[in-house]
Design a protein around this ligand. Structure first.
Ligand code: SF4
Length: 392
């Protein structure tokens, strides 16, 4: 138990009893490190046994502390969860099921790297109850994959997608990356088409992020590789916005497209501000008015020495999260309900201030107002960071 949260256990327990939780487990191991990676992960498999023991201990501690609450989404992310053996995953799931009350119709997702999976592993995890696989494919272009330091080629990406379906996964998501040095617009769109034709029911389209120091950033800074221009990247996103609905995938969040009904229930809870518990290094949790993030130092976390970052949201910060996260969803938010909620909290002046700040974005067509609903336009989605800064 995180010491700073111990005094607040009664209210955390009450919140966990009010509605089902999402449970996220961070698996901080990868076979090799991608050149652009800034996630909390390591190649040092020597830490695996102690990390898994710590995860299982945390599952038991939290399950007991929160009174064995109901969980309706489970997500194993990383890192590379598919680096775990089926025995290791079986053990984690068994401990989680003992510690929490798993809803019968829950969604259970595993992230998998196409370079670490085979059919037997997929069949085994499907049998354990995982019904959704999220594949880190990124691109089908082998030259770009080698720039990214991925451990698989494009053919293995497609093969993983086909294998997942053969193993009984009807819900398969693929990550697609935009903004890779040397990436051509037509290739991103044709990759998306190929992935959907091969059975992907969901695409997560991410921008390559080189904010932190990493080998790829060093190559770009040294002029050895060149990032596409902002205009070229915007063209790619616009082309995807036009093409994916024709292929049956509707946008439901800034970065996510799905066949209707196949959106990620677990990830949606983040944007809807529904409660979740994250275990593992760097894992984030949100319960009641508390948000916390576990230590990012893997060894310290595994040895129980890491210090979690704990934040108590005040009423204003809590209110700001509604548009900050909710506007990410394609359906937008009910602005009139937000005004009403703010008035009850005596915070109507905050919403009035946001309205003034948002006016230029409405005038320039980045946001649209339809009755009580405020939402991003397609063009606004491309510049969402600028707009969302209003609420920070
Ligand atoms: S597979 Fe993902 S988490 Fe692992 S090194 Fe590559 S980008 Fe990072």
């Amino acid at each position: 138990m995180i010491p700073a949260l111990a005094p607040h256990l009664p209210s955390l327990r009450e919140a966990a009893a009010r509605e089902p939780l999402g449970l996220y487990l961070h698996i901080p191991f990868c076979k090799d490190r991608c050149t652009y990676c800034s996630f909390v992960t390591t190649r040092d498999q020597g830490l695996k046994a102690s990390a898994l023991a710590r995860l299982e201990a945390d599952l038991q501690v939290w399950g007991q502390a929160l009174n064995h609450p109901e969980v309706d989404t489970l997500y194993l992310g990383g890192g590379t969860p598919s680096i775990l053996t089926t025995e290791e995953i079986t053990s984690l799931v068994r401990v989680a099921k003992d510690a929490f009350n798993f809803a019968p119709l829950m969604e259970a997702t595993l992230e998998a790297n196409p370079g670490t999976v085979d059919l037997a592993w997929m069949k085994a995890v499907r049998k354990l109850g995982f019904d959704r696989l999220s594949l880190g494919i990124q691109t089908l272009d082998d030259t770009l994959l080698s720039h990214l330091g991925r451990i698989h080629d494009g053919a293995e990406g497609i093969n993983a997608l086909l294998m997942a379906q053969e193993a009984g996964f009807h819900r398969v998501s693929a990550d697609l990356m935009v903004g890779i040095p040397g990436q051509r617009l037509d290739r991103v769109v044709s990759d998306a088409r190929t992935l959907i034709a091969a059975g992907a029911t969901h695409l997560s389209v991410y921008m390559l992020d080189l904010d932190k120091n990493c080998p790829l950033k060093a190559q770009v800074d040294a002029g050895k590789l060149h990032l596409p221009s902002d205009d070229d990247v915007a063209d790619v996103f616009e082309a995807l916005q036009a093409e994916l609905p024709k292929l049956g995938l509707e946008p439901y969040e800034i970065s996510n497209y799905a066949i209707p009904g196949e959106l990620s229930l677990h990830n949606t809870r983040y944007w809807e501000r529904r409660p979740y518990l994250g275990l593992g290094p760097s894992a984030a949790s949100h319960l009641d008015r508390w948000r916390w993030t576990e230590s990012e130092v893997i060894q310290a976390w595994a040895e129980g020495r890491g210090k979690a970052d704990v934040q108590e949201l005040d009423a204003a910060a809590d209110l700001a999260e509604i548009p900050l996260l909710g506007l990410r969803m394609h359906r937008g938010i009910d602005w009139e309900a937000l005004q009403h909620h703010a008035a009850l909290l005596d915070l109507r002046h905050l919403v009035d201030g946001w309205e003034v700040a948002l006016k230029p974005f409405l005038q320039h067509g980045l946001l649209a107002r339809e009755g009580p609903i405020l939402r991003f336009t397609n063009r606004g989605m491309l510049l969402s960071n600028t707009v969302l800064e209003t609420f920070i």
